[in-house]
Every structure is written in structure tokens, then in C-alpha cells.
Design a protein around this ligand. Structure first.
Ligand code: AMP
Length: 275
């Protein structure tokens, strides 16, 4: 497995690999969810590349950029075992040298839900992913359904900017009790970890209530009742999978989405209603 950290050597390395090339962008602190994306990439691509980069542009000023878990050596060990061919792990200054000022404005889709709670988040995500795509030039981009709005934003960007890459969405990997794997789960106290699966239960209840014909207000109230009382709900809704506009009732191809805070830790989750 080759590890590169600078743009020009990365371009040379990625340009020389057997195609198709599958690419999995990550912020490191890898878990089984990330490795599932690698597995999906290996299943359909001759070469698999992963990036490890904690992107400062997608964190707000009061967020956890500084304390976000970082473990380059441990991540590389896991990726080597998983059969990854190339890793791109740039420093912050490599991606954003002095004077860097261009960004991708993803429009309305990036202003709702996660974008409303985290202003500028999706601008940061779209900007870094476009930069990474320009360096790696993959045939396929693998994204986790766990970050449903991110998949919608990036699919929109790929269409709008005519990017020549196929986007593949990989189902969420969960713990036995239903909690979606996330690098941020490491922040949870024992009590918060025990309470965290109530977010997924609330999403299921929202779906069930809407499916049996309850109005959205009542359905959201019933679902909210299942969330651990110590948690703070940011949002709970059913949305169009492409636009992330709110829907009154679930339909094929929609997402039931939610986010809540357990102490300082924000967790998000969703249920996809297959088309
Ligand atoms: P991150 O390192 O959090 O930026 O995530 C990198 C990629 O892994 C994103 O496409 C995420 O959606 C995906 N991912 C994170 N957690 C999971 C999970 N539990 N199951 C599947 N994919 C995931």
C-alpha cells in the first residue's frame, strides 16, 4: 500500500493505477463503517484509494475540529489489511495553502437540516471533495448512507458540475443495538452510549406513525417521546432523498432523518425507504 501526502506525487500515483479506480474519502479514525465502503469499492474496482483528512473547512468555530480523533498509523494498518492500494493523507497546508479562497456553494440543499444546524458545513464538504476528486480522478466515489444529506449534496454537485465520476451509496453499518457506527461515538460517556440507540428508535417510530396515517405533527411528537429524555433533538423529519425538502408522508425513495445531541456529542441517523 502506497501512502502519499503531496499533490503532485499523488497525481502521478493515481494516474498510473489499473482502472477502474474506486475512491473512499474519510476523515480517518476508521471503523467498520469506513471499511464497508472499502469492501464495496474493492467489489467493483480494480484499484481502491482512500483519503484521510480532517477537513477544517467543514467544522464550525465551536465544533470539535481540534479534538476530532486522529490515528494515521492505526488507520493505515486497517486499510492495508483491507486491501487498499493507495492512501492520500495530506496536511492541512497542502490542501489549503496561504491565500486559499475558493469554495463550492451547494445552494438550498446545503442550507437545510445539517446545514441549518452547521452553517457552512456542506460548503466545506463539497469544496474538499471536489479538490480530492481533482487529485485522485477516480471512476467511482463511495459514500455512506449514514450521512444521507451529504450523499444528496455530493450527488447534486457531481450532476451540476458535470463531474465524470459514478457515485455509489453504501448502507449504514450499525452496532448490535442499532447505533450507527461513527467516529464521534468515541466521545460518548457510558450513560450516553446506552441512550444513543434511542435516536434510531425515534426514527423508526416516526416512520411507523406516518405509515399508519398519523399527521406529521403527531408522528413527530410520538417519535420524540422515544428519544432519551437527556438528549436534545435537533430535527426529526421525512425528506425527499434528492432535494432534502420536507415531505408530509413517507414515500419510496425518501429518507427519515434525525439528529440529536447526547451531551456535547451530535449524532445523526436515517432510514432510507427504497425506491
Ligand atoms: P467520515 O470519516 O465521518 O467523513 O466518513 C467517511 C465516509 O464513511 C462517509 O461517506 C460516511 O458516510 C461513511 N460512514 C461513516 N459512518 C458509516 C457507517 N456507520 N456506515 C457506513 N458508512 C459510514
Amino acid at each position: 500500500m502506497q501512502v502519499v501526502d503531496a499533490i503532485l506525487p499523488a497525481r502521478a500515483a493515481f494516474g498510473a493505477v489499473p482502472r477502474p479506480l474506486g475512491f473512499v474519502p474519510t476523515m480517518g479514525a476508521l471503523h467498520r463503517g469506513h471499511l464497508e465502503l472499502v469492501r464495496a469499492a474493492r467489489a467493483s474496482c480494480r484499484t481502491v484509494a482512500v483519503s484521510l483528512f480532517v477537513n477544517p473547512l467543514q467544522f464550525g468555530p465551536d465544533e470539535d475540529f481540534a479534538r476530532y480523533p486522529r490515528d494515521l498509523a492505526g488507520d493505515c494498518r486497517q486499510l492495508e489489511e483491507a486491501g487498499v492500494d493507495l492512501v492520500f493523507a495530506p496536511e492541512r497546508e497542502t490542501m489549503y495553502p496561504p491565500g486559499f479562497s475558493t469554495s463550492v456553494d451547494v445552494g438550498e440543499i446545503g442550507a437545510r437540516y445539517e446545514g441549518a444546524v452547521r452553517p457552512g458545513h456542506f460548503r466545506g464538504v463539497a469544496t474538499v471533495v471536489l479538490k480530492l476528486l481533482n487529485v485522485v480522478r477516480p471512476d467511482a466515489l463511495f459514500l455512506g448512507q449514514k450521512d444521507a444529506q451529504q450523499t444528496a449534496v455530493l450527488r447534486r454537485m457531481v450532476r451540476d458540475l458535470d463531474l465524470d465520476v459514478r457515485v455509489e451509496i453504501v448502507p449504514t453499518v450499525r452496532e448490535a443495538d442499532g447505533l450507527a457506527l461513527s467516529s464521534r461515538n468515541a466521545y460518548l460517556s457510558v450513560a450516553q452510549r446506552a441512550a444513543a440507540p434511542t435516536l434510531q428508535r425515534a426514527l423508526r417510530e416516526l416512520y411507523a406513525a406516518l405509515a399508519r396515517g398519523d399527521g406529521k405533527e403527531n408522528a413527530v411528537r410520538a417519535a420524540r417521546g422515544l428519544l432519551d429524555p437527556a438528549a436534545t433533538l435537533d430535527y426529526l423529519d421525512v425528506v425527499d432523498a434528492d432535494t432534502f425538502e420536507p415531505l408530509d408522508a413517507p414515500r419510496a425513495g425518501a429518507f427519515v432523518v434525525g439528529a440529536a445531541r447526547f451531551g456535547q456529542t451530535r449524532l445523526l441517523d436515517n432510514i432510507w425507504l427504497p425506491a
